[in-house]
Design a protein around this ligand. Structure first.
Ligand code: NAP
Ligand code: MG
Length: 483
């Protein structure tokens, strides 16, 4: 079982107190690298979630508005706590998620970056007066906190995803009720330990609930005291939340699935494209919403690009994220592993060619899937239509710019995409034609705290990061003053 000074309790946190389920229920957390059960954490019922909402309401009413200086201090305190304990947070994250330790620690730095950025830019939420005086009035625009918000996060970035939401919610002055993914609640508990011990947050400003997603989701959807939900996860659950909150006309911020095209033109620097693809694709073992899911390579350079990938993939080490020199950890669970194997097998069954990686039929004893490259991918294949969420690089070839822009857009998703070309005019044209919220040009980099990030189409609603992300958690209120 896991031992950590940041995991003294394995409970929820409500109104400034650690809280177990009234009936003592728990659920188990496993290390995907070993299959070992590492913790049993509180599994809360609807009554405890309602308590958390009530605690948020009390924090909202305690002081209104919370001064900008107070909110900035909360952000700085959390940033400082994350930075001070990055090693221990990274270790916990690695144990419950499986990603390499260096990546886990880098995710803690990334998380701290959101609190830091918003501490510097919170001034954007100060009220301002209009220069114009229409209707003989002076007009002031205030940015009011939306209210108590529900924040629901996935397992693939256990600290990164909550940091994006919580930093903006606190900057706005919104209390929150937070539900982590059941695969990875420990990093969240550790964050709450830090917030409880090292920050001046008032009781009820941050609340942690864990347990059955359907139970917690229903309370958050039904409660009139929760005017907004911010959710990161699958498009399927995102759609469900839209349905379940329609009657209340609840505000939603949704960061949903992706199906990223990675386009390599013949004039691209192929070594740089291959290096960027490897870094982009295999981060988190390929379990990221922004990782390349369809690789389109110009037919003239398909063979040489494939050889570069195979050579790089052959040098990668798969293993327990805690071990030195590991590039790729285990998949999160059996369902995740089986999906990757199904996608590879389906591609091979439909005429794809294995460029690198093992015969999928030979695998399955544990959750480690070696990096795999398949060429000859077509739109009929599952790996082209669905997010694989694993270490598979599926390559297709193309001839013309028009053809590849249409192919890139041939998905319901619109989160991230990547274009490699030395031609600046073409890059501008292609970026404008691709309906994706994030277009990397000669880079495979994903989001950063300083820039807005989010999806078009079925990839979501709203943006996280950047000054744009701050405005998700406020309601502008306009006050014209006459006389
Ligand atoms: P998921 O199954 O949708 O789960 C995400 C979160 O929602 C978890 O906390 C889950 O709880 C909870 N949940 C499930 N059903 C719910 C319901 N009915 N009501 C309320 N909450 C509910 O997604 P996942 O499989 O963990 O994550 C992978 C997906 O997230 C991928 O599609 C990926 O692309 C997407 N993602 C998107 C972004 C982005 O920024 N756009 C970032 C990361 C991941 P339990 O764990 O208890 O089931
Ligand atoms: Mg899930």
């Amino acid at each position: 079982m896991i031992e950590s000074p940041l995991l003294k309790q394995l409970s929820g946190y409500v109104g400034g107190q650690w809280l177990d389920a009234a009936d003592g229920a728990t659920f188990d957390v496993y290390n995907p690298a070993t299959g070992e059960r590492i913790a049993a954490v509180a599994s809360m019922a609807a009554a405890e979630v309602e308590q958390a909402v009530a605690a948020g309401c009390r924090a909202l009413k305690l002081m209104q508005p919370y001064p900008v200086e107070t909110r900035r201090r909360w952000l700085e305190e959390i940033r400082d706590a994350l930075q001070a304990d990055r090693d221990e947070l990274g270790r916990i994250l690695c144990l419950e998620h499986g990603k390499p330790l260096a990546e886990a620690k880098a995710e803690v730095d990334y998380a701290a970056g959101f609190f830091d950025y918003y501490s510097l830019h919170i001034g954007a939420l100060e009220p301002h007066s209009l220069a114009e005086k229409p209707r003989n009035c002076s007009w002031t625009v205030h940015y009011r906190p939306v209210g108590v918000v529900g924040l629901i996060t996935p397992w693939n970035f256990p600290i990164g995803m909550i940091a994006k939401k919580l930093s903006a919610a606190l900057a706005a002055g919104c209390p929150s009720v937070i539900k982590p993914a059941s695969e990875t609640p420990l990093t969240m508990i550790a964050l709450f330990t830090l917030m409880a011990e090292r920050t001046s947050l008032p009781d009820g400003m941050v609340n942690l609930v864990m347990g059955k997603a359907s139970v917690i989701g229903q309370v958050l959807c039904d409660s009139a005291e929760v005017p907004m939900l911010s959710f990161t996860g699958s498009t399927e659950v995102g759609r469900q939340l839209i349905h379940d909150t329609a009657d209340q006309v609840k505000k939603l911020a949704l960061e949903l699935g992706g199906n990223a095209p990675f386009i390599v033109f013949a004039d691209a620097d192929l070594d740089a494209a291959a290096d960027n693809l490897i870094a982009n694709k295999f981060r988190g073992g390929g379990q990221t919403c922004v990782c390349a899911n369809r690789i389109f390579v110009h037919e003239d350079v398909l063979a040489s690009f494939g050889a570069k990938l195979a050579e790089r993939v052959g040098r990668m080490t798969v293993g327990d994220g805690l071990s030195e020199g590991v590039d790729i950890g285990p998949l999160i669970n059996r369902a995740g592993f089986d999906k990757v194997r199904r996608h590879v097998q389906d591609a091979l069954d439909q005429g794809g060619t294995l460029v690198a990686g093992p015969d999928p039929g030979s695998l399955g004893g544990d959750l480690y899937y070696p990096p795999t490259v398949v060429s000859g991918v077509t739109p009929e294949m599952a790996c082209y239509r669905e997010e694989t969420f694993g270490p598979l690089v599926p390559m297709a070839s193309f001839r013309t710019e028009e053809e590849v822009v249409a192919a890139g857009n041939d998905t319901e998703f619109g989160l991230a995409c990547y274009v490699f070309t030395a031609d600046a005019e073409r890059a501008q044209r292609v970026a404008a034609g691709l309906r994706f919220g994030h277009v990397g040009w000669n880079t495979g980099t994903g989001p950063t705290p300083e820039a807005p990030f989010g999806g078009m189409k079925a990839s979501g609603i709203g943006r996280e990061g950047g000054v744009e992300g701050l405005f998700e958690f406020v309601e502008p209120q306009t006050v014209p003053r006459g006389g």
